[in-house]
Design a protein around this ligand. Sequence first.
Ligand code: GLU
Length: 478
Amino acid sequence: MSSPNASSVITRFAPSPTGFLHIGGARTALFNWAYARGRQGKMLLRIEDTDRERSTEAAIVAILDGLKWLGLTWDGEAVSQYARADRHREVANELLKRGKAYYCYCTPQELEAMRAKAEAEKRPIRYDGTWRDRDPSTAPAGVKPVIRFKAPQEGETVIEDNAQGRVVIPNKDLDDLIILRSDGNPTYNLSVVVDDHDMGISHIIRGVDHLTNAARQTQIYLAMGWQVPSMTHVPLIHGPDGAKLSKRHGALGVEAYRAMGYLPAALRNYLARLGWSHGDEEIFTTEQLVEWFDLKALGKSASRFDFAKLENLNGHYIRHTPDAELLQHLLAFMPFAEGGPALLARTDDAMKSKLLKAMPGLKERAKTLVELLKGAAFLYAARPLPMDDKARQIVADGGIATLAALTPVLAGTTEWTAPALEAAVKAHAEQTGIKLGKFAQPLRAALTGTSTSPGIFDVLDVLGREESLARIADLTKD
Ligand code: GLU
C-alpha cells in the first residue's frame, strides 16, 4: 500500500476529562502527534466530556497543561463532544430514517428480566431484539423510548488494524446498542463516530481497550455510508512485572512526571519506545521520532513501564542539554518541586549566573531535575550552613584543622578561579606532604554542608572568594 497523501492525514487525541492526563493517554497523544507531524498532517483535540457527572473543568485544564508541557501541540481549537450533542441526535434520527435504527420501549423491568434470564442460562447479557422489528404503534403508553442501532445479525465485522492485524468479530456477538437515551442524550459510540467523521479524521490511534468499540463504531460508519478511518489500537502499558499498570508502577498523571523532574524530551523519547521501535534505536530526538514514526512498527504485545530505564534516559538528556537551556528547565520546574517556589523567589540574576556557572558540574550528577535542584542547594544555603550527618562527621574527624591550615592558602590566592585555586592547594599539598584528596572532603563539608557536590574547585569558584572564605571561617573561627 502506498503511504497516504501528505495533507490527508488527520489524527485526533480524544481524552475523557474525568482525571488527569495519565501516562497511557500521553503516549496515545504522542503517537497521534508524531504520525500527523511526520506527514504534514494535523492532530486535532477532542474533549470527550459527555459524561457530565464525571467530567470536570479541572481535568480539562490538567490535560491541556500536560499536553503543552510535553510539547504536543494540536491544530485548531479543542472540540467539546458535549457541545455537539444536537448533531449526534441528528445522526441518530438519520439512522432511524434509513431503517438502521429503531425505537425500543422496553421498561427497566423488562431489561432486568432479560438480564436475569441470560444469567440463569449462563449466556452473555445482550439485548434480545424485542423492538427490532415491532411496529412502534404497539408501543406502551407513557414509556419514553430509547433509539437502538439495528446491528447486523449475520456475518462478521472486520477491522484491519495497523497494530492488531485483521480483527474479525462475529456480528452475533454485538447486540443492538442504544445510541440515544430516553432523555435524548446520545451515547458514547455514536458520538465518537459522528465526531470523527465530521472532523475528517483519517487515522484513529488509541488504546487497545477500545477494540470492541471499534467494531461497533465500524458498523455505524457502514450504516451511514461513511468511510471508516484507518484504525490502530495500541497495546496497553504494563508494569515492569508484566501486571496491569498500577500507581506504584507509574500509572500517574503527566504532572506527576513533571514534579519528579523529568524533561519533556526524555519522557517523549521514553514513551515512544513503549510499544514502538525503530531498529535498535533507544535514544533519539523528537525530530527523528517524527521522521521515523510509523504505525506498521507498533507491536502487538503490551510494553513494560520501567522507572529505572526512564531515569537513566532522563540522566542522559540532562547531561546532553546545553547549560543555558537546562537552567530554563530548572527554573520552569521549580514551582512544582518540593521547596522549589521559595528557591525560585530567591533566584535573581546573580543567582542565575551562579547556577549557570555550576551547571556543568551539577548536571553530571543528576538524573532528574529534583536531583539537579538538590545539588544546587548549596548555592542558596544561608550561613552558617546546615550540615548533614556525613558533613558533620567529616568536620569532626579533623576537618577543622585541615580547613584552618588551608585558609591562608586560599585567601592568598590572587586569582579566584578553579584552576588557580587548584594549583594553590596542590602546591600546599606538596609542601605539607598531605594528599590533595584529604582537602576535598572538609572543604566540601564547609562549602556545601554535604559530602557530595560538583568538583570542589568549581564550587569555590562559583561561590566566590568572600562567601567561600566566610563559610570556612564559620567552622574554624572558634
Ligand atoms: N475518550 C476515550 C478515552 O479517553 C478515547 C476514545 C477514542 O480515542 O476513541 O479513553
